[in-house]
Design a protein around this ligand. Structure first.
Ligand code: AGP
Length: 606
């Protein structure tokens, strides 16, 4: 992960670097730093903690210079601290890095033998010293190439040189890096979002590319050291609303605007007049698809599980799902009659991208479901389905999950209709139901607002919690547990309710909060029986249902009765109380809501 920014300008750059680093904090926020060239020397300032702390440092002691690089870190090698913060500089060069150098230990030993003294525990400092060493005998381009060739692993780099003090250099292998063209200045950034306030003219480096930026020129070289031209892309001017408004944090805003997320997404895909779904140009004819493989990580993976249930229910296609970090290393039998679908909010998740890359190398058709349409995953797929959720800033994914599920459901019913596996009237009924969904989401949000802060109190002193559901409520249970873990740091387990008796039931003890997700569906009675097994062992049950039944509420501590929907649509509503629960438990525990410890929004390392 980590965020990189670089600016070659004729004006002072520090404040623009700080503003861009604030936008990049979603990639990491354990330390921050900046380096500029001042009077021909490298001037480095860094600190542990957030960009705000770096900004305060610069306020007391401003960084001058019209060439600079900046970094926000998500620790891989070495604890989050000032000494491990980037940039890592020698007298000659200064480096910011995103990625992991896998052979850093061997390189370090060689460099130590040559007399280089390492200050940090990072893998990045080897890049600094390799460059410094090669620059003794080689010119700029050769020194860069020799350094990059020595590195194993993944990287996006921003580099400043004392000797070449009118340039900023960028290089990438495995980790994304964008270049921006500005008026009288040029930029490097981990993504186009960080550059959007400065320019809408962007180029993305391909693997192995190196770029050399001055304030009025950008040169590109490919991995064979050949000068190349790159296409300039013009970013859309869609101004994204990134203000919190009256909300205390972005997460509560993102949870509470999910009705709008759903409305926008449905509007983009569903033609209510023609009672159809606007999905054309499939990379593979849906009628001849043999298998759909759906891949994602974390919350995105949970949306993949919901899609498995939908596709199995509404089509005859064989469905396989996997987490990207496993898929990328499995011995897969690829088949060009299969469709491989990748779900990622950021579109930059390293594991998901590697899984996609594996598919591309095996020449099979790929589709991505992303929020960021300019992302690496979107750009590399044959077919892109945006979720139209607007930027998600809270590290814990909420509205993007809603959007991912919606697009997967929409894709399911369209494929099913094309294959004639659902009737025209069933298809049209589902389209009608989608139209009503945003209002039901709003109703659910309103219903839960007052109750959730009360229920949350039961969790703050507990050892942990369990989330149980069957069928489509199983991935929602997993997602509820993940939300609680990442926001409140409480141990939480999500399980298929029927699996409890095979072991996890041993965890139930007097007072343990257990959330049961039981919409009135084909599993309802079975889930309620599993709930009774929990109650009998002292579990404190929070029942989330859409069934008005007084008998089942006996011995249940809290029951939430949310609006009724079609069985297939229940995940869209059931997930809302769980997001709010995690939010309120974390608030009561004074946790950082938008930036939970140890995490980052975009996971660009393996
Ligand atoms: C969600 O709350 C998490 N922060 C995380 O699991 C996330 O969903 C995962 O890292 C995948 O990210 P992506 O959707 O950007 O690929």
């Amino acid at each position: 992960m980590c965020g990189i920014i670089g600016i070659a300008s004729s004006k002072l750059v520090a404040s623009s670097i700080i503003q861009s680093l604030k936008k990049l904090e979603y990639r990491g926020y354990d330390s921050a730093g900046i380096a500029t060239i001042v009077n021909g020397e490298i001037n480095e300032k860094k600190c542990a903690g957030r960009v705000d702390s770096l900004e305060k440092m610069l306020f007391k002691s401003p960084s001058k210079g019209s060439l600079g690089i900046g970094h926000v870190r998500w620790a891989t090698h070495g604890v989050p601290s000032k000494v491990n913060a980037h940039p890592h500089s020698s007298d000659e060069v200064s480096v910011v890095h995103n990625g992991i150098i896998e052979n850093s230990n061997e390189l370090k030993k060689d460099l130590e033998k040559k007399g280089y003294k390492f200050k940090s525990q990072t893998d990045t400092e080897v890049i600094t010293f390799l460059l410094t060493d090669f620059l003794k005998d080689f010119d700029l381009v050769d020194a860069i190439n020799k350094t990059l060739r020595a590195l194993n692993g993944s990287f996006a780099l921003g580099i400043l040189f004392k000797k070449y003090n009118d340039i900023v250099v960028g290089a990438r292998r495995g980790s994304p890096l964008a270049v921006g063209y500005g008026p009288e200045e040029n930029y490097l950034g981990s993504d186009s979002y960080a550059l959007k306030s400065m320019t809408n003219k962007i180029t993305y480096l391909d693997d192995g590319d190196v770029c050399i930026l001055t304030n009025n020129k950008i040169e590109f070289y490919n991995s064979k050291n050949k000068k190349i031209n790159k296409k300039i892309l013009i970013l859309s001017n869609n101004e994204i609303n990134t203000e919190k408004g009256d909300y205390k944090d972005f997460m509560s805003k993102e949870i509470n605007e999910q009705n709008i997320t759903a409305k926008t997404c449905v509007k983009e895909y569903v033609d209510q007049l023609r009672k159809d779904i606007n999905l054309y140009n499939f990379p593979i004819n849906p009628k001849s698809i043999e298998k759909i493989v759906i891949i994602g990580c974390g919350t995105a993976y949970h949306s993949c599980i919901t899609a498995k249930y939908w596709l199995e229910e509404l089509t005859n296609i064989q469905i396989e799902i996997d987490v990207a970090s496993e898929f990328r290393y499995r011995k897969i039998k690829f088949n060009n009659k299969n469709l491989y679908v990748f779900v990622s909010q950021s579109g930059e998740t390293a594991d998901t991208f590697a899984a996609l890359d594996l598919c591309k190398k095996n020449k099979v058709k790929t589709c991505s479901i992303v929020n960021v349409v300019e992302s690496s995953i979107a750009r590399s797929s044959d077919f892109v389905l945006p979720i139209h959720a607007g930027q998600e800033i809270g590290v814990a994914s909420t509205k993007a999950f809603m959007g991912q599920m919606l697009v997967l459901y929409i894709l399911t019913i369209k494929i099913s209709e094309i294959r004639k596996e659902i009737s025209k009237s069933d298809f049209e009924k589902r389209i009608n139901d989608l139209k009503k969904l945003p209002d039901l989401i709003k109703e659910t949000l309103n219903y839960c607002q007052d109750t959730m802060p009360i229920i949350a109190k039961d969790f703050i002193n507990s050892k942990g919690a369990m989330f149980l559901g069957r069928g489509l409520s199983f991935p929602i249970a997993l997602e509820g547990a993940l939300k609680l873990k990442e926001l409140s740091y409480l141990h939480a387990e999500g399980y298929p309710a029927g699996e409890m008796k095979h072991g996890p039931l041993a965890l139930i003890e007097e007072g343990l909060p257990v959330v049961i997700i039981a919409p009135k569906d084909r599993y309802f009675e079975k889930t309620i029986s599993n709930m009774q097994e929990v109650i009998a062992r002292g579990g404190k049950v929070i029942l989330i249902t859409n069934e008005n039944n007084k008998i089942i509420r006996e011995n249940v501590r809290f029951t939430l009765e949310i609006p009724k929907t079609d069985e297939q649509l229940s995940p869209f509503l059931m997930t809302i109380p769980l997001q709010l629960l995690a939010y309120h438990v974390a608030t009561l525990k004074n946790c950082d809501i938008d930036k939970p410890r140890n995490l980052a929004k975009s996971v660009t390392v393996e």
